[in-house]
Design a protein around this ligand. Structure first.
Ligand code: ATP
Ligand code: MG
Length: 379
């Protein structure tokens, strides 16, 4: 019998709970509290319910330390507050960037589910769109169509707002506008309109959880990287500097997950700007909270392993019996060989579990785990 089949029949689990080494929303069920960091994030989140300012929070971590999972945690904490509209996006998978900066704005627009807003808020949304000031009339026209036009036109307007089509004159005319979103200032008008609408619906803050920020920088040549830094700084100051009247709008909170290397790159960029000035220092000055993930403590590692071994994903609840019983020497061993890196812990446990089940091991401890990993050349 295959290991998967065995796990399924014996424990009612679909698969090895350690197979998945990439963060998923579903893995929040086995979230291990990073007390210190979580407290800082929660503190920001509670400020977002009655915001007086925009926020930038940095989450820095090495490979596999849990940056993505932490952003999911932030989003799920934020979701518990009706005053916050949280979104998540990443740039991984993007091949190249056509218009640096603009791309980022389109990502923000993409992350907002207008069809769902229309479904959930109906008339209230209609009123919120009508309340967009006249200075932003094109935005008003497009948002109306994004939410309430007949399906073909609605989709066209949505594609346009997300930067997915390049409209010709006829398209623009059909949508009732003159300008394309082809520069950052126009995109900012759209952001202002969207924030106005969110505010009208009772959302005080748009929370952007942005993953793989370093990847964004790697997509463009060095001189263009400053564009992103300047954009982030501009978003923090938003809507200051806009020539148009925005009225009262929702605030923006940006949680940026960046690798330790990416962060180092940013600090180097800052140093190189020392003599000539540049956008990086001002961006650093605007960071409200910075959290470094680091590795898990022995206690946290134990919690992670225990939770994953006990969690029945099919039933969606914890079971009393772990997949294979284990003792403290097993935990300490895994922690030592992984140095507490969450991804590595999960990876090593995955191998041990597969082999352990195959061999019919009834108890995991230091020596059984060590042997299993050696046999698999994982040690
Ligand atoms: N606090 C945590 N509690 C429980 N599991 C965690 C925690 N942090 C990370 N993990 C798990 O560790 C694994 C790696 O986490 P994640 O994918 O978030 O790392 P990452 O820093 O984003 O990695 P990468 O550098 O490759 O993007 C995932 O399986 C995730 O579920
Ligand atoms: Mg990640």
């Amino acid at each position: 019998m295959s290991a998967d089949k065995f796990i399924e029949e014996k424990y009612g689990l679909r698969d090895n709970p350690f197979l998945d080494q990439i963060a998923k929303e579903a893995w929040l069920t086995t979230w291990v509290n990073r007390q210190e960091q979580l407290a800082k994030w929660q503190n920001v989140i509670s400020n977002l319910k009655k915001p007086r300012k925009n926020y930038i929070v940095l989450i820095i971590g090495d490979y596999g330390e849990g940056k993505t999972q932490s952003l999911f945690k932030v989003v799920s904490e934020a979701k518990q507050n009706l005053e916050i509209y949280p979104t998540f996006f990443t740039f991984k998978g993007e091949q190249k960037v056509k218009a640096p900066g603009l791309e980022f704005m389109f990502r923000i627009f993409k992350s907002i589910d207008f069809k769902k807003l229309a479904k959930d808020h109906g008339k209230e949304l209609e009123a919120a769109i009508e309340a967009i000031p006249g200075d932003l009339d094109e935005v008003k026209t497009i948002l109306r169509k994004c939410c309430f036009a007949e399906p073909d036109l609605q989709n066209k307007a949505l594609y346009f707002l997300k930067g997915e089509i390049n409209p010709n004159k006829t398209d623009l005319k059909q949508m009732g506008i003159i300008r394309k979103i082809d520069d950052i200032d126009i995109a900012k008008e759209y952001l202002a309109g969207i924030l106005k609408v969110l505010k009208g619906l009772g959302f005080q803050t748009l929370l952007l959880a942005v993953d793989e920020v370093e990847y964004l920088f790697s997509l463009v040549p060095k001189p263009q990287q400053a564009i992103y830094v300047a954009l982030l700084r501009g978003l923090y100051d938003f809507p200051v500097g806009m020539m148009k009247d925005t009225g009262e709008i929702a605030r923006v909170a940006i949680f940026l997950a960046v690798s330790s290397d990416g962060y180092r790159g940013l600090t180097e960029m800052e140093k190189s700007e020392h003599a000539i000035g540049g956008p990086t220092r001002p961006l650093f000055d605007r960071i409200d909270v910075q959290t470094n993930l680091g590795v898990l403590t022995k206690e946290d590692a134990k919690e992670l392993i225990t939770k994953r071994l006990h969690y029945d994903r099919v039933a969606g609840r914890y079971t009393h019996q772990p997949l294979i019983p284990f003792d403290q020497t097993f935990i300490v061993f895994i922690w030592e060989i992984t140095k507490g890196n969450p991804r590595d812990i999960i990876d090593k446990c995955s191998h041990v579990l597969d082999a352990g089940i195959e061999m019919g091991i009834s108890q995991l401890n230091r020596s059984t785990a060590e042997k299993l990993l050696r046999d698999r050349r994982e040690l």
